[in-house]
Design a protein around this ligand. Structure first.
Ligand code: ZN
Length: 392
């Protein structure tokens, strides 16, 4: 399981990096330690979020006192497969019709998320968003057909030892899944469908903003209802939808603002670097003396790693001030070129630590800039102001 561990060699200097000539714009493999890959379907990595185990424990606790605990397990596995098929529905429509590949699918206890390589235009999203719930309706229809054909009772939620009850429960669950996902609020599919509909009569950004506001309003109503009916699950879902909607609107707005800008416009040009042989004390001194939070680490003029504030603090806590930055620095980091498209670079994120900007000077890749979260926020603020200014 690829869980993230701090580097183990602390006192060794890094081996010289593999020379690649001109650094290509590349995104680092962001190792998300909160989920791990369980399978790969049609070349799409399927990941399971750690919170999924909470659901397993909860289900085990529910099933423990029952006479047919396996019925619950069977139902759970079936539901899991249906959520996965739902996400595959999105992924296949995205790649086959719009040519947008899926980076991965992550399964959470309350549903799945298919991450696309790039964001489709809101107008294109209609088909992709509809595909997921359509899969659930299709499964429910198939299960209904199977139950009727086999002359089995079509009952409601009723988990007993009878396989027919598991099947009919799954049928109902699929209808719930379809209905739940059609709630017109981000990050539910319904929110995307609503935005696609709005985008027919207005620009993408306004459509996103309005769809997000509607989503938050619906989430608020759901939360109030959940509170009044003491339904904890509904309250959690409402909070998830509320913050998801706000996040979607914010990230779409940022994306729109970044469009058409180059890395060189936003990058930090003046910053401190540290040699690979520096101690954590020297790094800590620099952290105090400057406003910089992330430091490129150089080895003979070549960037070999980055040291973030959090990695530095972790290193000091674990190893003390006298160990070397080489032991705690992050060896994998994103390298881009000054003329790369800013929006294209950032859409490959999220990134751990800063992105280093390398230019090819006299045939040598040279560090010319750095993109950090802080200076990107400044760039967004300034760009937003620029847009609001009336044309002269
Ligand atoms: Zn969906």
């Amino acid at each position: 399981m690829p869980t993230e561990m701090p580097p183990e060699e602390h006192d060794r200097l890094p081996e010289p990096p593999v020379s690649e000539g001109v650094p290509r714009p590349s995104a680092p493999p962001v190792r998300d330690s909160s989920s791990f890959q369980i399978a790969s379907i049609f070349g799409i990595p399927v990941r399971l979020h750690v919170t999924f185990f909470l659901l397993l424990i909860w289900l085990a606790a529910l099933g423990a006192g029952k006479s047919h605990p396996w019925a619950g397990l069977l139902f759970f596995l079936g539901l899991f497969a249906c959520v996965l098929l739902h996400e595959m529905g999105h992924a296949l429509v995205a790649s086959r019709i719009y040519g947008v590949p899926t980076r991965d699918i992550t399964l959470y206890p309350i549903g799945g998320v298919a991450r696309m390589e790039r964001t489709p235009r809101p107008r294109q999203e209609l088909g992709i968003a509809l595909a997921g719930p359509a899969v659930n309706v299709l499964i429910a229809g198939l299960l209904y057909g199977v139950l009727r054909a086999a002359h089995l009772p079509v009952t409601n939620w009723y988990l007993t030892g009878y396989p027919a009850h598991v099947l009919s429960s799954l049928m109902v669950a699929n209808l719930y899944l379809a209905g739940f996902n059609l709630i017109p609020a981000f990050p539910m599919d319904g929110g995307r469908i609503l935005r696609a509909a709005l985008a027919r009569t207005m620009d993408d950004l306004s459509a996103t903003t309005i769809a997000a506001r509607i989503g938050q309003f619906i989430a608020f109503l759901l939360g109030v209802y959940g509170f009044l009916s003491l339904n904890l699950l509904l309250m959690i879902v409402a909070a998830f939808v509320y913050f998801g909607a706000g996040q979607e609107a914010a990230s779409f707005q940022a994306k729109t603002l970044l469009m058409g800008h180059r890395v060189r416009e936003a990058m930090m040009r003046e910053f401190h670097t540290l040699p690979v042989g520096a101690t954590l004390r020297e790094a800590a001194d620099l952290l105090l003396a400057s406003s910089q939070q992330d430091f490129p680490i150089l080895h003979g003029g070549e960037a070999v790693g980055v040291l973030s504030r959090s990695a530095l603090l972790r290193g000091i806590a674990a190893e003390g001030y006298d160990s070397y930055v080489a032991g705690v620095m992050q060896r994998e980091f994103a390298r881009v070129q000054p003329d790369d498209d800013l929006e294209a670079v950032l859409s490959q994120g999220p990134f751990e630590g800063p992105i280093l900007v390398m230019a090819n000077e006299d045939g040598e890749p040279t560090l010319v800039g750095m993109l950090t979260q802080e200076n990107l926020i400044e760039f967004l603020t300034l760009t937003r102001l620029e847009r609001r200014r009336p044309p002269e």
